[in-house]
Design a binder for this molecule. Sequence first.
Ligand SMILES: Nc1ncnc2c1ncn2[C@@H]1O[C@H](COP(=O)(O)OP(=O)(O)OP(=O)(O)O)[C@@H](O)[C@H]1O
Length: 341
Amino acid sequence: MIHLSDVNKRFGIGTTSISAVEGVSLEIAKGEIFGIIGYSGAGKSTLIRLLNGLEMPTSGSVKIGGREISAIRGGELREARQKVSMIFQHFNLLWSRTVKENIGFPLEIAGVRKVERERKVAELIELVGLSGRENAYPSELSGGQKQRVGIARALANDPEVLLCDEATSALDPETTDSILNLLTDINERLGLTIVLITHEMHVIRKICHRVAVMEAGKVVEIGNVLDVFQAPREAITKRFVLQVTEPVETRQAIAHIKEEYPSGSLIKLIFVGERTEQPVLASLIRKYDIDVNIVQGNISHTHGGAYGTLLLQLVGDADVIAKAINYLHEEDVKTEVIGSD
Ligand SMILES: Nc1ncnc2c1ncn2[C@@H]1O[C@H](COP(=O)(O)OP(=O)(O)OP(=O)(O)O)[C@@H](O)[C@H]1O
């Protein structure tokens, strides 16, 4: 559906030019939810703007549905752009228009007749769960409802690709989840390809099939979300994964435990897929003469399956602890020793 080949985008001229996107090649399949994560300035917005033809690459090729966006102009480019819609962090709604009128706006521009427009708007209002709010103005809506209007408006022209630019960054966690559920639902129902950019790993974990990590204009890591969670390669990816698996409180708790209980070993167990449901810990306690303290545990659900971590403090003879860790390996549970006396 989307094909980028060695795409570069530079801004400015001569020595003052800056490379916003550098040597990016990637393919996004039809119906995929693809996430691009990176810190501020990594080049995410520029990359997403290259996908809807708002920016043209300095070099390289950007193809959507087989059409070379960087090679077409005028009416053909406008038509290609209609196949790619976008939603924004701050919704970009028209404040003087009602929900209905905002959603119908792209249809009005496209010259769709009133009867047909009203039918389509009613269908979209139902799809995004805004029934009853048709005549409200944006100022009367919550953040989540505003984004629902943004989504409905983006879907009005039956796009093939939906680009989401930090679409949940201005929302609270609960509303974020409801919008992410809506995007998943739309992806499944309409087979829509979704490309989203974010700086939050939670968003990637919750809805994306694959993820690309961007740093200084380059894609430094790419893969299935579950694979990246299990085995992040780059330092920056590890930091993003920690956002979800080890929040700041956990890191503080680990530091505290290391101080309070300097004996034994502090280890992290990583469970993937079906392993998250097996009683490995109970067997460990039964089999080995060690004390086991549970420090923290959580399970994250991704599109590709479950991913869980458990932090344990093992206290006992060093060789028994080594045997216990070996047993965990035999049971296919990955471990990481965080500290030992
Ligand atoms: N129109 C422009 N002119 C000059 N420099 C630009 C332009 N747009 C982006 N840049 C620069 O390109 C780099 C990448 O910016 P970009 O906005 O794509 O990053 P980002 O990952 O989306 O960050 P953010 O989340 O803060 O928007 C930055 O150094 C930025 O200053």
